[in-house]
Design a protein around this ligand. Sequence first.
Ligand SMILES: [Fe+2]
Length: 304
Amino acid sequence: MRRLLIASIATAVVSSAVLAQEVRLPLKEGSIRFAVIGDSGTGDGHQLRVGKQLAAQRARVPFDLVLMTGDNLYGMERARDYEKKFTIPYKPLLDAGVKFYASLGNHDDTNQRLYKPFNMGGERYYTFKPDRSSVRFFALDSNYIDDKQIAWLEKELAASGSDWKVMFFHHPLYSSGGTHGSADLQREKLEPIFVKHGVNLVIAGHEHFYERVKPQKGIAYFTLGSSAKLRKGDLKRSALTEKGWDDGYGFMLMEIAGDDLYFEVLSDTAQLIDSGVVHRTGKVAPTPGRSSQPVVATKPASVP
Ligand SMILES: [Fe+2]
């Protein structure tokens, strides 16, 4: 009995030591919580497992929206493909009223913009702001960045004041991926606008792994494209990499509360891959080298 007690105390100490390093979403009142999936549209067992885990996690972390970083449907895009590669894997979430917001990947037909459950409002790029929140989301089409999209983005950003500005789109502006790497062309066009208008957070996919890039010019960058496809060993950790994982399938949960962004990256078996918080500082004068609302990491990530 005594031995059992000692053993259980030892276990408790170990688990509290592990927990002490973790940053879990605080579920603050009035915060905005959302999930992120990327490169998800295979319709295979990996997508199904991630979908199942996503629904299971919602019991712990209630969220009402899911951002999709593109490659929403691989291969054919018939009605039955939308079912197999979207509505079936995420059925519990859709049934619960969770709204998905899609961005277009290189494998996606632009007609996806007309598919109601993707909430794109019929457009290749669009913006939305959840009710009573201080967060504005922008879905961009990084496949084709024409002058019209740039002008639209400039106008919408200028109107968004002190809101958190969260971009999501397919091609990562910064990446340590062996197959793709940083999307230089897109970065050339988008980064100066992000910096000028105080964008805080950029989420991309395309690479079939997870990478948290060190903040660049005061902007936080995450890449998550492993919600159904995986490119094991493709993450070539570089000076850009704060944390990376190319060893399994997963998704992200995020929470924005006040000036803090909390994040958890989870695998399809609920393993905590990365977690942490980034803090947004007050508005500062914009310079070409730094966003006007820079973020700084306040706590390093941990791996339990
Ligand atoms: Fe892609």
